[in-house]
Design a protein around this ligand. Structure first.
Ligand SMILES: Cc1cc2nc3c(=O)[nH]c(=O)nc-3n(C[C@H](O)[C@H](O)[C@H](O)COP(=O)(O)OP(=O)(O)OC[C@H]3O[C@@H](n4cnc5c(N)ncnc54)[C@H](O)[C@@H]3O)c2cc1C
Length: 375
């Protein structure tokens, strides 16, 4: 590190968000390093469900809908470029995705939410449909008898997210990036001549630009550069079965078959602080719902379960900001970092390299949380 202490840009956090942004900064010609706490950290990027999901994204913020759509649309080229650059196939597929409902009430609730979302001012329309049971049966002939209907969107897809994580780090290295593991950032000081001095227990580095991409740790780091990141951990649990012959061509929001054959079942949402333990109660509810959707799952052995912490803002939407007091400092944090990886590398990073976020990114600013309390 002694010879490499000055960079055009430093990204704090080497999860899927930081790695994607860092790859994009290198692509824009900036010498870039990643300072990463490493595997001891809470890491959403190693524990997610790997959907590239559009259909339910954006109720309450139309811009989030178009941002998600833009990323999902960019994903095929993004995956192809990662493969060409690193040799890693991240198994991107976009066959369209389903949400399946086990009661009329559930179906009505989902239909209502999507209708409201698509009727928002500023919404850019795309195809989606509500399907009754006979229509679903054509796609899933061995559907469980309790499934009453569902929703379909052709824009949804999925990926192998652990391979994505590896591919991003391989691409970062191939583009000449400097990755520093086990460097938890302890303090950041803006320099009077511009840029930042970033302290870690293994030494300091200096960088002209800074991107905070440290997941839930952004809440603590952001005030060091005049930003705010009101994000909290939200636990999600996942279970995976043994490999089985392909039977599920489309991802369903809570059940998907991976490219390797295992069936992933997820994902719950619990407010449990930093507790990353699994709970049999939640796992059994998830498994029960999956078996009611696809009874053949009952015959499969579960081979792995885990819990991981989502990075959740107060309204669930991403936070992208540039500091007003230290203008070279940016923040990027979101709860759908797999879906948004293509946008982070191809759209967000070039803005950061240029020194300012585009005007249409304003809805993502954390200033949206500065609403005066009602009297
Ligand atoms: C159960 C579950 C299911 C999910 N399913 C999906 C899905 O289907 N589709 C989807 O798009 N998204 C999904 N997500 C969300 C997705 O995984 C996250 O949005 C994404 O991983 C966030 O990445 P990140 O890089 O911001 O954070 P993290 O992966 O948490 O990484 C943060 C990084 O910051 C580093 N760090 C922390 N503190 C410091 C410090 N002080 N100094 C230096 N480095 C530091 C850590 O070492 C870590 O590498 C899911 C998440 C969970 C938990």
């Amino acid at each position: 590190m002694a010879n490499a202490t000055i960079f055009d840009a430093a990204v704090i956090g080497g999860g899927v968000v930081g790695a994607a942004v860092a790859c994009g900064l290198l692509g824009a010609g900036l010498s870039t390093c990643i300072l990463d706490e490493g595997d001891v950290a809470h890491r959403a990027s190693r524990g997610n469900f790997a959907l590239i999901w559009v259909q339910s994204k954006g109720l309450g913020m139309a811009r989030y809908g178009s941002w998600t759509r833009a990323s999902a649309d960019a994903w095929a080229d993004f995956a192809a470029d990662l493969r060409a650059e690193t040799g890693i196939d991240v198994a991107h597929q976009r066959p369209g995705g389903f949400s399946l409902c086990l009661s009329e009430e559930e179906l009505e609730k989902r239909r209502g939410a999507l209708t409201r979302m698509h009727n928002q001012p500023g919404w850019i329309p795309y195809d989606w449909e509500v399907l009754d049971r006979p229509a679903l049966m054509r796609e899933f002939p061995d559907l469980g008898p309790e499934v009453v209907g569902g929703l379909y969107c052709p824009l949804d897809g999925h990926v192998n997210s652990l391979r994505l994580f590896r591919a991003l780090h391989a691409a970062f290295k191939a583009r000449g990036g400097a990755y520093f593991p086990e460097r938890p950032v302890t303090s950041i000081a803006p320099l009077s001549a511009g840029g930042f001095r970033i302290e870690t227990p293994k030494g300091a580095i200096e960088a002209g630009k800074l991107v905070l991409a440290a997941g839930i740790a952004n809440a603590r780091l952001a005030p060091m550069v005049g930003l705010v990141a009101p994000v909290r951990p939200q636990r999600g649990q996942i279970l995976v079965t043994e490999k089985t012959a392909p039977f599920l061509r489309h991802p369903v929001i809570t059940v998907r078959q991976t490219d390797e054959g295992g069936v992933m079942i997820g994902d719950s949402a619990e407010e449990a602080g930093l507790d990353e333990r699994i709970g049999l109660g939640v796992l059994s509810v998830m498994a029960d719902r999956a078996m009611r959707m696809f009874p053949r799952i009952a015959a499969l052995n579960v081979v792995r379960t885990w819990a991981a912490l989502r990075v959740m803002s107060q309204d669930g939407f991403p936070i992208y900001d540039r500091s007003e007091s230290a203008p070279g400092a940016f923040i990027a944090t979101c709860h759908s970092g797999v879906t948004l990886a293509a946008a982070h590398e191809r759209l967000l990073a070039p803005m950061i390299a240029r020194g300012a976020l585009d005007a249409d990114m304003a809805p993502f600013s954390a200033r949206r949380f500065d609403v005066p309390q009602a009297a």
